[in-house]
Design a protein around this ligand. Structure first.
Ligand code: AMP
Ligand code: MG
Length: 523
């Protein structure tokens, strides 16, 4: 549900960044090493439980990561290190650098590539799987650690199992940006790089993102066992997800006690909340295939994503998406389409089609309610009034007509709410008559609030988002081995509602060249 600031903290509470009590081992250092089959394992002091690996061979293939030559740190998140319970000095550890680049095993880990299937661009794609990600295991703090770009697996198909520096920096920064915004997401502990050449459209270099989440299970994991007609594995997976992540479904009296229908409903609700948050902040995922949809409602698999510059419901951020299937304004419907695919996969467990359809219904009520709550918060309105929807629709129409910069508009409006003389909202519009008309209605509505609107808005409308050109500048520096741009952006994006004096450039309009950046599925 919406919190006082209009943003859910679900993403935060799932992982518990910052709230977790320090582990006993936090004063220890990484690199107590234990010998393991000739390769020296790196001991971080983490305890491991590896519950997914224990599901059995139908679910994954066990294999070690493939070493990346001469690795170096590109980016590190201390917040994620704390969430994991790593010792404070992990950022200086050469041994951990090697372990997270595939050169050494982590003591206690049990690395596997998981198998899944999925619908890509609306078409059944058959078996996919972790083609370049390896699940190292799960810590006893309930967090899975994955290396993305750790080499070929049985599911790599034609791919090389690697990830390039460019896309790895984007994933690292955006994971932590979403966390900073309060949007549920997988996290990223680090990016490590290497000069090993990787062939894409041009020759690039390799990198590994260390991702962290309670689970990386996707809708596609369920679709896999349903499509292969493996009902026992399907049930084992669903029971695993319910027991580990949705225990309330076991005791729910919804759907006559059908736990699988309750699971579908719970996933629908989380997905609806996630989509409301994406839409409210102007986030385009870019590749909402069912294999990129998290069963926990987390933002997952950052590829050609983009935060809107100008507001445009038809905006397509993925250069490979020629039909605009995943255009910004279509995302909510696509999420429902994907949930329907999940429902189809769960049908053998749910038993009755009516129950599955009833479980999906929640999306249709939760999404609009959550979106409206968030848009109301963006306007600084704490109490719901009958005319609010018209007010919201009015401003979205104006923004769309002129493709007004989304982030800058909402931030300026937040300052306008504090002092209507102090901020140049008008500068953003050509049709100032229409804007004035809307502002008159808005002023009248604000007058019925209790004076806290601006505070609410400044905590709801971020000053900083990871615009494509900001990522691009950090990537260019990183290619020259200057990683300061990555660290600087991370610091801004971790607290995107703060003013960060001296960083007006990062909060400004995109430069002209930004519109020529083409981000495709190539990563
Ligand atoms: P994505 O478009 O990144 O969500 O990936 C779709 C599927 O392709 C997943 O099964 C990935 O593991 C796989 N894949 C993407 N890139 C590579 C790569 N370079 N090597 C191997 N598999 C890949
Ligand atoms: Mg994917």
């Amino acid at each position: 549900m919406a919190q006082a600031n209009g943003l859910s903290t679900e993403g935060k509470s799932l992982i518990g960044t910052g709230d977790r009590p320090l582990r006993d081992n936090q004063s220890m250092s990484v690199a107590t090493e234990v010998s393991l089959d000739g390769k020296t394992a790196v001991d971080t002091g983490l305890g491991w439980v590896n519950r997914y690996a224990a599901l059995g061979p139908a679910f994954h293939t066990a294999l070690p990561p493939q070493p990346l030559p001469a690795p170096y740190w590109v980016g590190q998140s201390r917040a994620v290190g704390r969430a994991l319970g790593l010792p404070e000095d992990w950022t200086d550890s050469e041994d951990l650098l090697r372990a997270l680049s595939g050169n050494r095993p982590l003591a206690g880990s049990q690395s596997v590539a998981t198998v899944y299937s999925g619908h890509q661009f609306g078409v059944w794609a058959g078996q996919l799987g972790d083609g370049r990600a390896l699940l190292l295991g799960e810590t006893d703090g309930g967090l899975e650690i994955q290396l993305k770009g750790a080499g070929r697996t049985p599911y790599s198909r034609m791919g090389d199992g690697r990830a390039v520096l460019r896309s790895s920096i984007r994933e690292f920064l955006c994971s932590e940006a979403m966390q900073g915004l309060g949007i549920p997401t997988t996290r990223a502990l680090s990016v490590t790089g290497s000069d090993a050449p990787i062939r894409r459209e041009t020759i690039e270099t390799a990198a590994v993102v260390t991702r962290v989440a309670p689970s990386f299970i996707r809708f596609g994991h369920f679709e896999h066992f349903a499509a292969k007609d493996q009902p026992e594995e399907l049930r084992r997976l669903a029971d695993f997800v319910i027991d580990c992540y949705y225990p309330a479904c076991r005791t729910s009296d919804r759907f006559a006690g059908n736990a699988y229908a309750a699971l579908l409903e719970a996933v629908s609700e989380r997905t609806a909340t996630l989509l409301a948050q994406w839409q409210a902040v102007g986030f385009c995922h870019g590749v909402m295939n069912t294999d990129n949809m998290s069963i926990l409602g987390l933002t997952l698999d950052y590829g050609p994503f983009q935060f809107l510059d100008g507001y445009d419901p038809a905006h397509i951020c993925n250069h490979s998406d020629t039909q605009g299937r995943y255009a910004y304004g279509r995302q909510p419907n696509i999420a429902y389409w994907n949930l329907y695919a999940l429902g189809q996969a769960l049908l053998p467990l749910i038993g009755e089609q009516e129950l599955a359809l009833a479980a999906l219904e929640s999306y249709k009520t939760v999404f609009p309610a959550e979106l409206e709550a968030r848009l109301r918060a963006k306007l600084g309105l704490q109490q719901a009034e009958a005319g609010d929807r018209a007010l919201i629709e009015g401003i979205l129409k104006l923004l769309a007509q002129e493709h007004v910069d989304h982030t800058i508009f909402w931030r300026r409006l937040s300052h306008y709410a504090a002092d209507s003389q102090a901020t140049p909202v008008h500068d953003l519009f050509l049709d100032r008559v229409a804007l004035d008309e809307w502002l008159r209605l808005y002023d009248a509505r604000l007058a019925r609030e209790d004076g806290k609107a601006a505070t609410l808005m400044l905590g709801t409308n971020p000053k900083f988002v990871l615009r494509n050109h900001l990522g691009e500048l950090a990537i260019r520096q990183a290619r020259d081995k200057d990683f300061s741009g990555v660290a600087k952006l991370l610091a801004l994006l971790e607290t995107p509602y703060d003013e960060h004096p001296g960083h007006e450039a990062e909060a400004g309009f995109p430069p002209d060249w930004a519109s020529s950046i083409e981000i495709s599925c190539s990563s």
